[in-house]
Ligand binder design. Structure first.
Ligand SMILES: Nc1nc2c(c(=O)[nH]1)N[C@H]1C(S)=C(S)[C@@H](COP(=O)(O)OP(=O)(O)OC[C@H]3O[C@@H](n4cnc5c(=O)[nH]c(N)nc54)[C@H](O)[C@@H]3O)O[C@H]1N2
Ligand SMILES: Nc1nc2c(c(=O)[nH]1)N[C@H]1C(S)=C(S)[C@@H](COP(=O)(O)OP(=O)(O)OC[C@H]3O[C@@H](n4cnc5c(=O)[nH]c(N)nc54)[C@H](O)[C@@H]3O)O[C@H]1N2
Ligand SMILES: [Mo]
Length: 756
């Protein structure tokens, strides 16, 4: 047994050592509730799915850059590093920065220096002058745009807001739209040393706090919360929120003082709510058939809320859907009607428990990040519009009050993300990638994105390099020691970019003359200096590295922006045009979008079940991994059945289709089809099926137009349309599908076998 050394990941701080030639991973001793995602590491480290050598697609090698329908079904040729980087430097040198898409969205790994997205952005800026970038996220595409218009920056609602400590001590009711699933709070970007959610919910429930879970899946709240489940038809939460507000106002139990003092636009919104502006009161009888909850149940729920310390929590998932802006805004309005905004344990929390970042205190010092240099290209897209951009260059579209035009792209550069995991309508994405000249991918493993690339460069896994792990919402800074030698010929992203920069005559600009170790020291020193300036002691780099950990000071739980505003609306106004919470927004109304009007509104979705696609698919975050990362690892694999991802459905929906537990099923709609293994459970409401994201896309015959994914990636089924003209966010959480028992010969899963 070798000594255990510290390392960190997005799903937890841990220590690793070697025993009998095998990596052993044990969670950080201080973590009260570690998770098993860590156990994906040992098998993944030397798995055959890892990329061993630089590789070039044969068609690109022989014919050069250009549109190619072979992309995704061609052969690959292994080449030397010198040849691969020589070819790449040549094509980069002759491609104008305005024609390079370097958005490179993705989570990559936890270390702050080897963070691949920062590396690729810095490289493109320093060596080439810039790139077309992407803005916003797949996580919070709609909320990231609407919240600043109506209340303030998203971080002030998610990361600096009501804490779990306050929930445990003070909340009386937590009304959780989309739940508070422990599987989700396992994860925090940059690393997490303490998973506190389970104990916080247990403490709150034991004190008598009521958790109300509004959502299609019963297990979106842990047993410790003792939650009451209100199974709601997906994408109808806005109707329920409106009906709750209607009932509270009709009973005269709304907090008029708060609405008067802290909001603007209540009269316009109230006229809509009560039906004076459109003739339709948004009452419980109206909402019942929309939401699938009875009018009595809605009325009873409304009666339970006023006068109590209620926290309205809205999950990210609600806004990753058509008109996703509305439940985010309507939830805020509901919290205003209840008047608890800014009080300890009450009010409004966006994305509580969606990640291990929310509901926490913030560090007093910031962790230095790799400087990214200056991007001289102004063009950008909302991140989820990538296929639209590649398929429709030169076309105009609406976004947040602007009229933008999709740029023409020749080369796409990806490091640290997996668009064949994160994007919707993968058949359309394949078509989009076939239009460009060159797709470059840095990857640790043969993901579908790598398989669709022209130049594939093997990179080290986090375990194979040193780094610093840290996040603004976790007090532990971790000296991530190297635990293994690089796989095959894999190199660090940094080393690859330094080599490329040298070939482009820009090495000094990119590296500033520093080795990776010297960058770590540089980043650490900036945090240490910040600490010392604030009166705290900080060891020098060598001492930090030897100790393995540094505890960072944290700010007190002061309730953040909303508390300060409630206490003094005039003295601490919100950063909105009125300085208040906007229940009617003149700015948004002024854009004139029919799919996002000037106040929260029920807008019936277009994507609703019909005879061809009668079931609603919930494509949520997976419990056994982060997105697609290390899907070939031990923990992710042990939960598959017959090698397939598991789709859960209600026994009643299974019975009418002759599906038994464990059967292989085919999910399909107009956009595509995939296989999965069925699990029957009444934790899923009738009419809904649940297939989480993250199973690697695995086309049975990649040469086909819309091949069957034999493994269970739900993004072959989801729609590639924006939330609205306001935010153009991703709508991948939901889709409509049909499901049938699969009776053909079961095709093998090839996703983890390297391409020939
Ligand atoms: N249908 C549907 N789709 C969704 C969602 C949904 O709810 N439903 N959720 C969306 C959300 S919220 C998100 S955030 C996205 C996530 O989408 P992504 O962030 O793209 O997903 P990951 O699987 O984390 O991709 C990270 C990739 O980086 C690679 N990687 C890890 N470390 C390194 C490194 O050091 N260097 C390099 N070069 N590569 C590295 C991993 O192997 C992996 O392939 O998915 C979105 N997609
Ligand atoms: N284990 C693990 N944790 C993760 C991630 C991961 O990949 N793995 N990804 C992380 C990332 S990047 C992000 S952004 C967050 C995402 O955080 P979320 O988007 O909140 O997470 P999801 O699991 O997609 O959705 C939460 C739940 O919302 C419910 N839901 C879906 N549609 C609706 C609806 O219309 N109404 C209601 N009321 N409920 C609905 C579903 O039942 C689902 O389980 O998760 C993070 N946490
Ligand atoms: Mo996300």
């Amino acid at each position: 047994m070798t000594a255990f050394r510290p390392h960190s990941s997005h799903w937890g701080v841990f220590e690793g050592g070697w025993q009998d030639g095998r990596l052993v991973v044990r969670p950080h001793a201080g973590d009260p509730d570690p998770n098993r995602i860590l156990q994906n590491f040992p098998d993944a480290l030397r798995h055959e799915a890892r990329i061993a050598r630089p590789t070039v697609r044969r068609g690109w090698l022989e014919r050069g850059p250009g549109p190619d329908a072979q992309r995704g079904c061609d052969e690959f040729v292994a080449v030397s590093w010198d040849r691969a980087l020589g070819l790449l430097a040549e094509v980069l040198a002759r491609t104008p920065a305005e024609r390079i898409f370097g958005g490179s969205y993705g989570w990559s790994s936890a270390g702050r220096f080897h963070h691949a997205q920062s590396q690729v952005h810095r490289f493109l800026n320093t060596a080439l002058g810039g790139y077309v970038r992407s803005v916003n996220s797949y996580s919070a595409g709609a909320s990231g745009i609407i919240l600043p218009h109506v209340v303030g920056p998203m971080e002030s609602l998610s990361r600096r807001n009501v804490t779990w400590e306050a929930v445990a001590a003070q909340s009386e009711v937590v009304l959780a739209f989309g739940g508070l699933a422990l599987k989700n709070s396992m994860v925090a970007g940059g690393g997490i040393s303490q998973h506190i959610e389970r104990d916080s919910m247990r403490a709150a429930a034991e004190r008598g706090c009521e958790f109300l879970l509004v959502g299609p899946l019963r297990d979106d709240c842990p047993a410790e919360a003792r939650a009451e489940w209100l199974p709601i038809t997906p994408n109808t939460d806005t109707a329920l929120m409106l009906a709750l507000m209607h009932a509270i106002v009709a009973a005269g139990r709304h907090d008029r003082g708060f609405l008067e003092r802290c909001t603007t636009g209540w009269p316009e919104f109230e006229a809509y709510l009560m039906g004076r502006s459109d003739g339709q009161p948004k009452d419980a009888a109206w909402a019942a058939p929309i939401t699938g909850l009875s009018a009595e149940r809605i009325a009873a729920l409304a009666a339970r809320l006023p006068g109590r310390r209620v926290l309205v929590a809205v999950a990210h998932s609600l806004q990753r859907a058509e008109h996703g802006e509305q439940p985010v805004w309507a939830g805020l309005a509901l919290a205003c009607v209840l008047g608890q905004v800014g009080l300890p344990g009450g009010g409004y929390h966006y994305a509580l428990g969606a990640l291990g970042h929310t509901g926490r205190r913030n560090n007093l010092v910031s962790t230095a990040a790799l400087p990214q240099g200056r991007n001289r290209v102004g063009a950008h897209i909302p991140v989820a519009r990538i296929s639209d951009m590649l398929l429709h260059p030169g076309e105009a579209y609406d976004y947040n009050g602007q009229r933008l035009t999709y740029p023409e792209i020749d080369l796409v550069y990806w490091a640290g993300g997996n668009p064949f995991h994160h994007h919707q309508d993968l058949n359309r994405l394949r078509e989009a990638f076939r239009r460009i000249g060159t797709l470059v991918v840095h990857e640790q493993a043969w993901t579908a994105t790598a398989r669709h690339a022209d130049i594939v460069l093997p990179v080290t896994m986090t375990l194979e390099r040193e780094d610093i792990g840290s996040s603004q919402t976790d007090p532990l800074m971790v000296a991530m020691h190297r635990l293994a030698e690089p796989f095959g010929e894999a190199r660090d992203d940094y080393a690859i970019f330094a080599d490329l920069a040298a070939r482009l005559g820009k090495e000094a600009e990119f590296t500033e003359g520093r080795s990776a170790r010297e960058w770590l020291q540089n980043l650490y020193d900036r945090t240490a200096e910040d600490m010392r300036e604030k009166g705290f002691e900080a060891p020098d780099f060598e001492a930090f590295w030897r100790a393995g950990y540094l505890e960072l000071p944290q700010a007190p739980d002061d309730g953040g922006m909303l508390r300060a505003f409630r206490d003094d609306p005039a003295g601490a106004p919100l950063p909105t045009p009125s300085g208040r919470i906007e229940l009617f927004s003149g700015t948004i109304a002024g854009f004139g979008y029919d799919d996002c009007p000037g106040h929260p509104a029920w807008l019936a979705p277009r994507d609703v079940p019909d005879a061809a696609s009668p079931l609603r698919l919930v494509a949520n975050q997976p419990a056994t991994r982060l997105h697609s990362q290390l899907d070939f690892g031990g923990h992710s694999q042990e939960t598959k059945r017959r090698g397939r991802e598991v789709m859960r459905m209600h026994p009643a929906d299974a019975a009418t289709r002759g599906i038994a537990d464990g059967d292989i099923v085919r999910l399909f709609n107009a956009r595509g089809a995939c296989l999965a293994a069925a699990e029957l459970t009444d934790a899923v409401m009738p009419g809904v099926v649940n297939l989480p994201t993250g199973a690697w896309y695995d086309p049975e015959d990649p040469a086909e137009d819309k091949p069957l994914c034999v493994h269970g990636n739900p993004n072959v089924l989801t729609r590639d349309v924006g939330t609205s003209r306001l935010a153009q966010g991703c709508t991948g959480q939901l889709a409509t599908v049909q499901v049938e028992r699969f009776t053909g010969n079961l095709p093998p899963v090839k996703a983890f076998t390297p391409p020939g």
